[in-house]
Design a binder for this molecule. Structure first.
Ligand code: LLP
Length: 418
């Protein structure tokens, strides 16, 4: 469900014609719908209303501070993975007591910043990290609240690059080491175990991997309680999938019901770290057709956005629906939609049946709100696109377009090469 729709053959985001935004800010441009984000968050939150829970929006999915701030207004916390994301969450006004810090490679400096900010909990991913957390906490004279991230060895049946809960994956701590690790921290007054955590992957479209992971966590939880640990938070991560093409992910309510059922006899606050399900279908990337050309085998539509702007098709062979901003041509043809970058993987669609377009037309690449702008780069020295947030009849440029001067600003030529 989202608020991008045609009115009289023209694509609108909420009450604003997309073309109006293009006139002001040009292309390529990311456009987000605030109403969609709010709706997704509220549906997710209401699905869990029966139980004690805390939603920590996974900032990595879309980390624009305006988006985080909007979610803060709805009561969201934040799941962060770096000092940068911590700063963003704090700048957006997220209550530190609603921030959880995940990630396999937190540096001592990042740990220090988060300890000083008094965040809710560190999701610790290795025994050595636990040691470092203890050392930094001792140095600062602080007690570090933590959960261990368990690797529950369940297959989330998603793209291999985004499945994280398998034995062979770098994430989390193998189940068999977890209890011992908690026990060890009993002697350390700077480490305060308050929960347990798992995150098994992303774009998961069935319920069973979540239930399997939770049942694993539950066993460990119960054992830890029987050992006298006073845990409060059970964090089951994010990962709920969305519709890009014709996937059939569980509805938030179905997902919540399964979790509530499996976790009902635990006296825990359930932490959820949704990312994609909140913002994925709330954003589009709009691009202009620069040229069309054909060879004996194919027809190409060359657009002004590239894999540097949206890398998901190149990186995961991800499908993103593409629609014209003006619905004027009912004649279809099969094309490859490609960007200007010097790589064959620079495509948005291959052999796709699309309404016929010509030079100067605009296309909207759908479902680009999550892992879109945040994964963009300056490859081929291309300034990154602006981000625009629509809310009803209003819209705001929440990140301006980079300039080429911005790109050069960090570089210097040593005198001897002048
Ligand atoms: N929590 C942790 C610890 C995570 O690592 C992630 C995502 C999430 C929560 C949020 O997962 P979500 O609800 O968004 O599925 N770039 C990839 C996705 C990478 C996901 C990384 N971790 C893509 O474009 O599909």
């Amino acid at each position: 469900m989202h608020y991008f729709e045609y009115r009289n053959g023209e694509l609108y985001c909420e009450e604003v014609p997309v073309k109006k935004i293009l006139k002001e800010v040009g292309t390529p441009v990311y456009i987000y719908s605030a109403k969609t984000i709010k709706r997704h968050f509220k549906v997710f939150r209401e699905s869990f209303s029966k139980i004690d829970h805390l939603i920590c929006y996974s900032v990595k999915a879309n980390s624009n501070i305006a988006i985080i701030s909007l979610l803060k207004q709805l009561g969201s916390g934040a799941d962060i993975v770096s000092a940068g994301e911590l700063k963003r969450a704090l700048k957006a006004g997220i209550d530190p007591k609603k921030i959880v810090f995940s990630g396999v490679g937190k540096t001592p400096e990042e740990i220090e910043l988060a300890l000083n900010a008094d965040i809710l909990m560190f999701n610790v991913e290795s025994l050595e990290e636990l040691e470092t957390l203890g050392e930094v906490a001792r140095r600062l004279g602080k007690k570090a609240p933590f959960a261990l991230r368990v690797n529950p060895d369940v297959d989330p049946q998603t793209h291999p690059y985004i499945s994280t809960g398998l034995k062979k994956s770098k994430f989390g701590i193998p189940e068999e080491f977890v209890i011992e690790a908690y026990k060890k921290t009993k002697k350390n007054s700077y480490l305060h175990p308050i929960g347990i955590d798992a995150h098994i992957g992303s774009q998961i479209t069935s319920i069973s991997p979540f239930v399997d992971a939770l049942s694993r966590l539950k066993k460990i939880w119960e054992e830890l309680i029987s050992l006298g640990f006073e845990l409060k938070y059970l964090d089951i991560g994010g990962g709920l999938g969305i519709v890009y093409e014709n996937e059939e992910p569980p509805l938030p309510q179905e997902y919540a019901d399964a979790i509530i059922k499996e976790g009902r006899d635990l006296e825990a606050t359930i932490i959820l770290e949704p990312g994609r399900v909140i913002v994925g279908n709330a954003g589009i990337l709009v691009t202009k057709v620069l040229y069309t050309k054909e060879n004996v085998l194919k027809k190409f539509v060359i657009v002004d956005a590239g894999m540097n702007d949206l890398i998901r098709p190149a990186f995961y062979q991800a499908y993103h629906k593409i629609i014209p901003v003006e619905e004027k041509n009912l004649e279809y043809e099969v094309v490859d939609v490609v960007g200007p970058i010097c790589e064959s993987s620079d495509f948005f669609a291959k052999e796709r049946k699309l309404p016929k377009v010509k030079k100067g037309d605009f296309l909207a690449i759908m479902s680009a709100g999550a892992y879109g702008f945040v994964m963009s780069s300056n490859y081929n020295s291309r300034p990154r696109p602006p981000e625009v947030l629509v809310d009803g009849e209003d819209y705001y440029v929440i990140r301006k377009r980079e300039t080429i001067e911005d790109l050069l600003a960090f570089e210097t030529i040593p005198d001897k090469y002048l």
